[in-house]
Design a protein around this ligand. Structure first.
Ligand SMILES: Cc1cc2nc3c(=O)[nH]c(=O)nc-3n(C[C@H](O)[C@H](O)[C@H](O)COP(=O)(O)OP(=O)(O)OC[C@H]3O[C@@H](n4cnc5c(N)ncnc54)[C@H](O)[C@@H]3O)c2cc1C
Length: 541
């Protein structure tokens, strides 16, 4: 089987692309895929790793957003519910239904869930039986006990969907775009827009991985830099006026990866707001927080303080009576929400709707800012953006097909059947049935390619996570997924760095594989290993 490899592009300014996308989170990735699928030539750059910022900070939910119904954001909820189904169709291995318990529901919750089901009227128009989503219902005492929730007096069960790996889903969009001809480069920063006579003609870029400075010429440029959108505009005198005042406050959200708390996701409250705990890869995902952040976007980092504050809020009171201590936390991550209402001070209630700003009205043409509100709705947002671009360029494009087209590597139309086949057919000397299943969930149709690597090199059969991810995923990432640093491999392309410190042996082995692949000298290997060590542990300060 041929695997599409992402090759890091370099840009000399020799070509003129239809579209330059600045930012390779899910907004930029979905846009790159949408645009190439409709005939545009595309260049995309990200100053860090692909999908490493807010798009890696999510609760991994692909959801309508039940709580947005309270604000009567019916359009946003309906679009997101339609996208929930679309993403289960185009990435069936990565996006699956998850049962959710709403504790102690009253009439408002019941009415809300009835509306939620009604807005998802077409949710079961999918052929994969594992993607069926039943209507919400009440839970009996016995069922609550069976779910491991003896503390709850009552509960309602409903479903949304969860990504096993948002990082791999963002990569799947990028890979599909690459297969369609998009030129992609991580660790490539857009420093300055090229503006002539009020028209944006592209951007000057710096290759932060050591290459030459470059130029990207494009007919249209889209600023898809999420929480950095204001900084990109304000940092350049030519566009500073477009930026307007900086957001008064941003919103930090963090998640804790903890020992497993239950087999279902549970929504609950502490004194300062809602949070949930969800089963994920044998552990639990607990979050998010919603904390005002007043610093610079570039300076944000996850701190020990944020983790401890969250644990204190949970310990003080929570409706599900969850008990968590720092020793229960194996890893944590977070990011800043790119809220579209820049003036909002109450970040919890700020809208999660996406926003497209065409700067023509401000006197700068061929330049748009795309602020993604939810990971869930990024594909639909991208389809809208391409429609707008085509109109602006006077280019005829066909209708969007991305809601129907399965992403590169994700062709597992009947996931249970694909899992059963992998469990049954994989040579146990190469991978156990559990590892084979995990690989299908993470790599879809490409699981076979990961197994091929393990078959050819016994070193790669070594397990690197408690739930059975083998080192072959490291080799696969190095070969096909354009990482630059060891941390890119461990914290995003694989789950090895996301489930707690995998231990010195695994880190050393992964570093050896990366050093072998890139030809790193001993010094570079050591510095990469040290950075990876920090990335897989909780911060100390
Ligand atoms: C805590 C939290 C939980 C969330 N949970 C969910 C959820 O469960 N479900 C859901 O649907 N949504 C969720 N969201 C929202 C979702 O994560 C965001 O809407 C989405 O990830 C935004 O993606 P983006 O591509 O616009 O931004 P980002 O992912 O931040 O991407 C922007 C990229 O631009 C790059 N960039 C910046 N400046 C430059 C430059 N000068 N040159 C080149 N590149 C540049 C950055 O490096 C970055 O990678 C959550 C958000 C947070 C914070």
């Amino acid at each position: 089987m041929t695997v599409t490899a992402i090759q890091r592009a370099s840009f000399t300014g020799a070509d003129v692309f239809d579209l330059l996308i600045i930012g390779g989170g899910i907004t930029g990735a979905a846009l790159a895929h949408e645009a190439t699928s409709r005939g545009f030539s595309v260049a995309l750059v990200d100053k860090g790793d692909f999908g490493a910022a807010t798009s890696a900070a999510t609760g991994k939910l692909i959801h309508g957003g039940l709580r947005y119904l309270k604000k009567l954001e019916v359009g946003l909820v309906r679009e997101s519910l339609a996208e929930r189904r679309n993403l289960m169709r185009i990435a069936p291995n990565l996006v699956c239904p998850i049962p959710i318990v709403l504790p102690d529901p009253g009439l408002v919750e019941h009415l809300g869930l009835t509306a939620y089901d009604a807005l998802a009227f077409d949710r079961n128009r999918l052929s994969d039986p594992s993607k069926r989503i039943p209507a919400h219902r009440g839970l009996s005492r016995a069922e609550l006990d069976r779910f491991g929730l003896p503390n709850l007096a009552s509960g309602m069960l409903y479903y949304d969907a969860m990504m096993i790996s948002p990082e791999r889903l963002t990569l799947a969009f990028l890979r599909t775009a690459a297969a369609g001809g998009a030129q992609l480069a991580n660790y490539t920063r857009a420093d300055r827009l090229v503006v002539r006579g009020g028209r944006v003609l592209g951007a000057e870029v710096t290759d932060l991985a050591g290459g030459d400075p470059g130029l990207i010429r494009a007919r249209v440029t889209v600023n898809a830099t999420g929480a950095w959108a204001h900084d990109l505009l304000a940092g350049d005198p030519q566009t500073a006026e477009l930026a307007g005042p900086p957001p008064r406050v941003r919103s930090e959200g963090i998640y804790l990866v903890t020992r497993k708390l239950s087999d279902v996701m549970v929504l609950t409250y502490h004194a300062h707001g809602h949070f949930s705990f969800a089963p994920w890869r044998g552990l639990s995902l607990v979050g998010p927080t919603e904390t005002p952040y007043l610093g610079r976007v570039d300076e944000w980092r996850l701190t020990r303080r944020s983790i401890e504050d969250f644990l204190s809020a949970i310990a003080a009171d929570n409706t599900a009576r969850v008990k968590l201590a720092i020793d229960d936390v194996v890893w944590a991550y977070g990011g800043l929400r790119p809220l579209t209402e820049s003036g909002a001070v109450d970040t919890y209630t700020a809208s999660r709707a996406s926003e497209l700003i065409d700067h023509t009205g401000q006197g700068v043409t061929h330049f748009l800012t795309a602020m993604g509100g939810k990971y869930t709705s990024s594909r639909a947002f991208a389809a809208r953006i391409v429609g707008r671009l085509a109109a602006r360029l006077g280019t005829a494009v066909g209708p969007s097909r991305t809601a129907q087209t399965v992403l590169d590597g994700c062709a597992t139309p009947d996931l249970p059947a694909a899992i059963a086949a992998a469990r049954h057919r994989t040579d146990p000397a190469v991978a156990s049935p559990d590892t084979a299943e995990l690989l299908v969930r993470l790599y879809g149709a490409d699981a076979a390619s990961v197994l091929d690597l393990a078959r050819a090199d016994p070193r790669l059969r070594q397990l690197a996570t408690a739930d059975g991810e083998p080192l072959a995923t490291v080799a696969y990432a190095l070969r096909y997924e354009a990482p630059v640093h060891l941390t890119d491999v461990l914290a995003r392309r694989t789950g090895i760095g996301q489930l707690g410190d995998p231990g010195p042996l695994v880190l050393e082995q992964a570093a050896d594989l990366a050093a072998e692949h890139f030809g790193w000298d001993a010094g570079r290997r050591l510095s990469e290993l040290e950075a990876a060590r920090q990335a897989v542990r909780l911060p100390l300060d």
